[in-house]
Design a binder for this molecule. Structure first.
Ligand SMILES: CCCCCCCC/C=C\CCCCCCCC(=O)SCCNC(=O)CCNC(=O)[C@H](O)C(C)(C)COP(=O)(O)OP(=O)(O)OC[C@H]1O[C@@H](n2cnc3c(N)ncnc32)[C@H](O)[C@@H]1OP(=O)(O)O
Length: 226
């Protein structure tokens, strides 16, 4: 029997699956010094591209296109892959997810957390999960919720001039279904900070309804830790 992957091999134009990521660089992460983010420069199309990419993924998830449309889209995507492949850069030079001045840091991997405000002890904002994040029956996929919490709490735990840290644990409680397509509120705050250990919590609400809450332990990296 032919496996799904044999029938539809993932095309790779270059041998290195990391696309030239480079080696880990301890301490080489961009710091988040403040939640007051600089305005994105004028004439900067990167934010538009990421917003379109997010919306595109929602439309891919929602559409039931005919075969001719799917074939045309596959060709267009292959052409874009070929055009971008020679432009791969190292992690340090990468733009995707490094644009802290853009909503969602200029990436599409994690749900788009739109920051409303924050300080040394906490951060708050909104998120709207698009159709792309659908799990089933109108509810967001359970994996996409800790993904949001890691993003929000990871930024908080790394903020305000603190040294770089990584998630040691992230405990999520799902209290009610999280609806797709509604603007939800998100809040993250510090519980304690002792030595290398930073304990933070977050909640995700639909109006007054608590959809999910989380606690994370973030551990500050020792020199030389990746
Ligand atoms: C540098 C990160 C990024 C910075 C970005 C800055 C810019 C911000 C911009 C944008 C932010 C975007 C937001 C994204 C953020 C995402 C963050 C992630 O998702 S990171 C990926 C997932 N996490 C891992 O891959 C960790 C893998 N684990 C490890 O590397 C180690 O286990 C580590 C560093 C966490 C700890 O290892 P040890 O050897 O250094 O330290 P030990 O001695 O084990 O732990 C220290 C203390 O913590 C406790 N501890 C450690 N793990 C624990 C656990 N799971 N549960 C309870 N306690 C634990 C221990 O018991 C110890 O406590 P006692 O000092 O004895 O009181």
């Amino acid at each position: 029997m032919t496996s799904v992957n044999e029938k539809h091999p993932v095309p790779s134009p270059i041998d290195d699956p990391t696309l030239g990521l480079g080696s880990a660089e301890p301490g080489g992460f961009p710091q988040v010094d403040s939640w007051t983010l600089p305005a994105a420069p004028e004439d900067d199309p990167y934010g538009d591209m990421v917003a379109n990419l997010r919306s595109f993924l929602d439309h891919v998830a929602a559409a039931k296109p005919d075969n001719a449309t799917v074939a045309e889209l596959a060709g267009d995507l292959a052409a874009w892959r070929a055009r971008l492949a020679p432009m791969s850069v190292s992690e340090r030079e990468q733009v995707f997810a490094h644009r802290t001045d853009l909503p969602g840091r200029g990436q599409t991997m994690s749900p788009n957390f739109a920051i409303e405000g924050g300080d040394r002890d906490g951060v708050w904002g909104t998120v709207t999960y698009g159709r792309y994040y659908l799990g089933g029956n109108g509810a967001v996929h359970g994996g996409a919720i800790p993904l949001l919490f890691d993003e929000v709490l990871g930024r908080l735990a790394n903020s305000a001039g603190r040294s770089p840290c990584r998630t040691a644990y992230l405990h999520t409680d799902f209290r009610a279904i999280t609806p797709v397509g509604r603007q939800l509120s998100v809040r993250g705050w510090f519980v304690s900070e002792e030595g290398r250990k930073r304990v933070v919590r977050a909640e995700l609400k639909d109006g007054d309804t608590l959809c999910a809450e989380a606690e994370g332990l973030f551990v500050a990296l020792n020199p030389g830790q990746p």
